[in-house]
Structures are given as C-alpha cells and as structure tokens.
Design a protein around this ligand. Structure first.
Ligand code: GUN
Ligand code: ZN
Length: 443
C-alpha cells in the first residue's frame, strides 16, 4: 500500500470553512451514551488539504477565518461524516426490485444474467459512473463494493471512484464453480487477474482492493486457498464475502463442507478471517462464530433492506454487540432496495424491533459512520469529523419534505431529530455531500 497517513496533502491545499450544526461520534453511544457524541449546535469546521484542521463552536473558531476563505454556510442543516456503506454490488443496479425469489433462485434468475452484461467494458463504465453519483446523491462517501467476475468491471469502478476522489474498496468477484459458464473464472485466472488489479489500484489515491470470493458455494477449494494467499500477501488488503444469509444456502454450504463446525468455520479453515475481512449478512451464526469474529477482527455488514426483501431473516445486533464483533451497515443493492443510508437505518430499526431491540437513533448513525469505519479498520481516517480526519461529510436538510419539516417541528432533542431523519428521510434529505472538503454533490 503506497498511501501514507502522515502525508498531509490529499485534497485542495486551499483552506475552506463550513458552518452549520455538526455531529460526529467519538465512540459507540451504545456503550458510552452522550459521551460518545461531539455535537455543536452552531458549529464550524476549518478544512485544509482535504482534512479537518479544526472543529468546534462557531463562536470559538470564527476569529480564525480569514476574509478571503471560502465558507459553506449550512446553518439550519445538520452536518455528519459521510456515510459508509460496507456492502453493496455496483453491478446489481438493474436487479433492484426483482420480484418473488429468495437468495439462491434470485441469483440464478436475476443476478447472474445482469452481471454477465459487465463483460462489456462500456456497460461497466456507464454503470460505475451512475453508481458513484448515486452514492454521492445519498450522502455515501465510502463503499466496500462487489464488482463482477470480469476484471474490467473492477477497473471501471476504481476509475469512476478515483475521478470523484471517493474512498472505494472493491475487487473482481472470484467464482469458478456453480455459476453460469460466462461468469466462471478459474483458480489460476482468478488469482492472476486479482493480482494485476491489486498492483494497479490498491493504495492508489483513496482506493483499496478487496479480495472477493463471492461465497464458498461458487469458489472451489483451490480458489478459496488462492483468495487467502492474496489476502495474506499484500498489506492493507480487504477480503469480502457473504456469510450465513439464507437457510437453504447455509444447508448447501454444510453439505459441501461436512467437517466444518459452521459456515464461518469454512472461511476460517481457508485462512480468510482477520482484520479487514468483512462478511455480509451473518444472520444464521452462533455465539462461537461471533466470538471467533471478534477475536480475529473480522466484521459483519448488517444489510436490513436486503434481508427483508429476500426473506432471509433477522440479524441479531444485540448478540453481535455482546460479543464485541465489529458491525457496519450495508445497503446490499441490488438485493437491498435503497442506496439511502437513512432508509437503511430505518429498516434496521424495524428488523431490531421484531427482536425486542429498539435501535437508538444515535447508535444507528454511529453504525453508518464511525461504526462503519471501525468495521473497515479505517478509524482515524473516515467516519468522523475529528481533527485529522478526511473531510468527507453529508449535509442533511430538516425541511427536506413537508412531512419531515412538520415532524421535525415537534422534536425537542437531537435523538428525536435523528430518528425522524432515519424514519422519514431518504435521498431528498441529502442537501449536499462533500468529498475531501470539496462539494461533490449539491441539491
Ligand atoms: N450470496 C452470494 N452472492 C450474493 C449476492 O450477490 N447477493 C446476496 N445478497 N447474497 C449473495
Ligand atoms: Zn451482497
């Protein structure tokens, strides 16, 4: 990885300032309560070189503004760290809202045909542009995303993210069995193609590579070994996959690996657990699995809209938290039904309500920001607006729609307002998104 955290200049060297209500988290509010919040009703951030230089109350920091410094005045709006989507498929844009199937049939009927179209680099490039713009329109500035089996699909997404200076972590999918012939690589080609992509993109600007075995059903044992080799070989690499999402899928993996104690144990036996391995779903796991994930630094991506849409099941956040597992939020587009982190948090609340775990609004926004950063081991860089962090942020509009404005009018606390944003908010609530301090999208 060539990126150097100590290097000061990642964005424009021209200082700029941003004023508005500012909120970020310094810890997990589920554990620390109010002490986990940094909140300024009338706040000011000074930005330089793409990072936060200072943040605090406007009254304290205004004297540090020079007359010629550009100022984004977002008073009346709420500024939060840019959202972090820890699981999404850019090639599944056109799969969203496909009716009637659960996971394994949904893959065959809708998803594999849509991914096969990414053999065409022009299709991939257009989809990657649309995808990055849609993330920014929804306030998401970092994503851990699946490409397709085609190496050029990963090139396209890296290029689109690089052009927008976004933090993007992606990789070509590894799949060499139990999939249509036109979507199959081999143990050898998959490893060689991944290696070439790593050399080309990992650590370039804000981009990072994720080794991407789709799930153990679609990778041979040889390919699972190859994935683990790559993951171990390059510093800072990610590994992303799917884990224990659907009951038929879990039974299938059990038949493929009868000696494994659990689905997670399959990944463990291949040496794929560790810091920066991120597993989507993790619905049908047990406490021993949770303990193992916590011990190794592996993370879960909680994908509520997807889990409801495919009828997969209810993710148990309480037990994950009790065992200290890192958890972030994933939209999982296209099994997930929205790019909006606000809508996704609203659905997370409902999934947890069904289990008697009403998710606090501060905890929800923590998961979408600092919690996501921690799950990716990128704390100190993203997910926060503390001095030194990369100045990716989203500006939410409490008057986004007549109903949001009306309901906000009845709120007396920050937690109530956050809860309105996650229950009623969507892309319309995103007033602006900044990447490395610069406006990347504005309503
Ligand atoms: N499991 C294996 N592939 C996929 C996928 O594309 N989406 C989801 N939700 N689960 C998967
Ligand atoms: Zn997925």
């Amino acid at each position: 990885m060539t990126e150097n955290h100590a290097s000061p200049s990642i964005g424009s060297p021209m200082p700029r300032a941003v004023r508005g209500e500012i909120l970020y988290f310094t810890g997990d509010p589920a554990a620390l309560g109010e002490r986990a919040l940094a909140h300024f009703d009338d706040g000011l951030m000074l930005l330089r070189d793409g990072r936060v230089e200072a943040v605090g109350g406007a009254a304290d920091l205004l004297p540090r503004l020079s007359a010629d410094m550009p100022l984004d005045d977002y008073r009346g709006k709420l500024i939060l760290p840019g959202f972090i989507d820890t699981h999404i498929h850019y090639a599944q844009l056109d799969v969203i809202a496909s009716h009637g199937e659960q996971l394994l049939n949904w893959l065959q009927k809708y998803t594999f045909p849509a991914e096969a179209r990414f053999a065409d680099p022009a299709h991939a490039a257009a989809a990657a542009d649309f995808f990055c713009d849609e993330l920014l329109r929804n306030g998401t500035t970092t994503a851990l995303a699946f490409a397709t089996v085609h190496p050029a699909s990963a090139d396209a997404l890296f290029a689109a993210a690089c052009a927008r200076r976004m933090r993007m972590i992606t990789g070509k999918v590894l799949m060499d069995q139990h999939c249509p012939a036109d979507l199959c690589d081999t143990g050898t080609t998959g490893e060689a193609e991944s290696r070439a992509l790593i050399e080309r993109w990992h650590g370039r600007d804000r981009l990072l590579y994720a080794v991407t075995p789709r799930f153990p059903a679609t990778s041979s044992a040889a390919q699972m070994h190859a994935a683990a080799r790559l993951f171990a070989e390059y510093p800072g690499l990610y590994l992303q996959s799917h884990l224990a999402e659907n009951r038929d899928e879990v039974a299938w993996i059990g038949r493929m690996y009868p000696a494994a104690r659990s689905y997670l144990d399959v990944f463990a036996r291949f040496g794929q657990l560790g810091p920066r391995s991120v597993f989507a779903h993790c619905i049908w796991i047990d406490d021993e699995d949770r303990e193992h994930m916590a011990d190794t630094g592996a993370a879960i991506s909680f994908c509520p809209t997807s889990n409801l849409f495919l009828g997969s099941g209810l993710f148990d956040l309480g037990r994950a938290r009790a065992h200290g597992v890192r958890v972030g939020i994933g939209t999982d587009v296209g099994a997930g039904t929205s790019f909006s982190m606000l809508q996704t948090l609203g659905e997370a609340y409902k999934v947890l309500q069904l289990q008697g775990q009403p998710l606090g609004a501060e905890e929800a926004f923590y998961l979408a920001t600092l919690g996501g950063a921690r799950s990716l081991h990128l704390e100190g860089r993203i997910g926060s607006l503390a001095p030194g962090c990369e100045a990716d942020f989203v500006v939410l509009d409490p008057a986004a729609t007549p109903l949001v404005a009306r309901r906000m009018g009845g709120c007396t606390t920050l937690a109530e307002r956050l809860f309105v944003f996650m229950t009623l908010g969507d892309d319309r609530a995103v007033f602006a998104t900044h990447v490395l301090g610069e406006p990347a999208w504005r309503r």
